[in-house]
Design a protein around this ligand. Structure first.
Ligand code: CAA
Length: 255
C-alpha cells in the first residue's frame, strides 16, 4: 500500500507513502486515496491531516512516467479520477489539513489545495510546473488556485510554472501557516485549535465559506442566513451561549 491511514487521538492521518518517487501520484495511488477518504468519512474523528512520507516531499505530482503514451479518453478519465478523488475532501464531514513537509508540485499541490487548510515547513517548495512538461494542471489546479490566491497570481504560477518557497506561499495566501518540524505535531496542534468545537457548527461554517466562492453574493447571503439559523437551532449553540453567560467552558455534544 502506498497510502497509510492511521488515527491519533481524534485526528485521522493519511500518509502518502512512496518516498522513492517523492510520493508521486500513480492512478493506483489516487484510487487508494479515494478509498482512504471514504474510510475517514466513517471514522470517529474530528479532523484529517494529509502528509507525505520521507524528508523530501509532500507529493511531486502525477506520476509523469505513467502519464506517457496514453490515449485521450484514458487521459481524460485520469483527470476526472483525480478531480473526483480530491473533491471528496470538500464533502468530508471533517476539515482537512495538508501538512506540506517538502515538495508539493502539480497534482501534489492540487491535493493540498483541496484540503481545508495548508501548513508548510519553511523549507517546503511548491508550484504547478505542468507547463514545463507541455501540460496543464488537471486535478483541479486551474480552478482551486485562482479561488485561493486570485486570478492574476494563479496565472503567474500556472503560466510560468515557477516554484515558490513556503514564505511566498504564505504571503499570497496559498498556505495558512508556516510551522516547525516535526510537521505532524504542528498540524496536530493546529487541529486541536478547532476540534473541540461542535461538528455541526464547524460543518455549517465550512459549507457557507465554500459556497461563497461559487455564488453571487445575494445567493451566498441567503445560504449564510440558512446555515447560521440551522447552527442556532443546535443544542451546541444553546450550550455555548449558556456557558458564556455562566462563565464556564462549554461542553459541546455534536448535537
Ligand atoms: N512522477 C514520477 N516520478 C517522479 C516524479 C513524478 N512527478 N517526481 C519525482 N519522481 C521520481 C524521479 O524520477 C526520481 O526517481 P528515479 O530515482 O527512479 O529517477 C525520484 O522521484 C527522485 O526525484 P529526483 O531525482 O528528480 O529528485 P530531485 O530532488 O532532484 O528533484 C523535484 C525533485 C524538483 C521535485 C523533481 O523530482 C521534479 O521536478 N519532479 C517532477 C515535478 C512535476 O513536474 N510535477 C508535475 C507532474 S504533472 C501533474 O501533476 C499533472 C496534474 O495536474 C495532475
Amino acid at each position: 500500500m502506498s497510502v497509510q491511514l492511521s488515527q491519533q487521538g481524534d485526528v485521522a492521518i493519511l500518509m502518502l507513502s512512496r518516498p522513492e518517487a517523492l510520493n508521486a501520484l500513480s492512478f493506483a495511488i489516487l484510487e487508494e486515496i479515494g478509498a482512504a477518504l471514504d474510510k475517514v468519512a466513517g471514522m470517529p474523528v474530528r479532523a484529517l491531516i494529509i502528509t507525505g512520507a520521507g524528508e523530501k516531499a509532500f507529493c511531486a505530482g502525477a506520476d509523469i512516467k505513467e502519464l506517457r503514451g496514453r490515449d485521450l479518453v484514458a487521459q481524460k478519465r485520469g483527470a476526472e479520477l483525480g478531480q473526483r478523488v480530491f473533491a471528496k475532501l470538500d464533502t468530508l464531514p471533517v476539515a482537512s489539513i495538508a501538512a506540506i513537509n517538502g515538495y508539493a508540485f502539480g497534482g501534489g499541490l492540487e491535493l493540498a489545495m483541496a484540503c481545508t487548510f495548508r501548513v508548510a515547513l519553511r523549507s517546503a517548495k511548491m508550484g504547478l510546473p505542468e507547463i514545463k512538461l507541455g501540460l496543464v494542471p488537471g486535478y483541479g489546479g486551474t480552478q482551486r488556485l485562482p479561488r485561493l490566491i486570485g486570478q492574476a497570481r494563479a496565472l503567474d504560477l500556472i503560466m510560468t510554472g515557477r516554484s515558490i518557497g513556503a514564505e511566498e506561499a504564505q504571503t499570497i495566501g496559498l498556505v495558512n501557516r508556516l510551522v516547525e518540524a516535526p510537521i505532524l505535531d504542528s498540524a496536530l496542534a493546529m487541529a486541536a485549535e478547532f476540534t473541540g468545537y461542535g461538528l455541526p457548527a464547524l460543518g455549517f461554517a465550512r459549507e457557507a465559506v465554500q459556497r461563497a466562492l461559487d455564488l453571487p453574493i445575494c445567493e451566498g447571503l441567503k445560504v449564510e442566513a440558512d446555515l447560521s439559523t440551522l447552527a442556532y437551532r443546535t443544542q451546541d449553540a444553546e450550550e455555548g451561549m449558556a456557558a458564556f453567560s455562566e462563565k464556564r467552558k462549554p461542553a459541546f455534544r455534536d448535537a
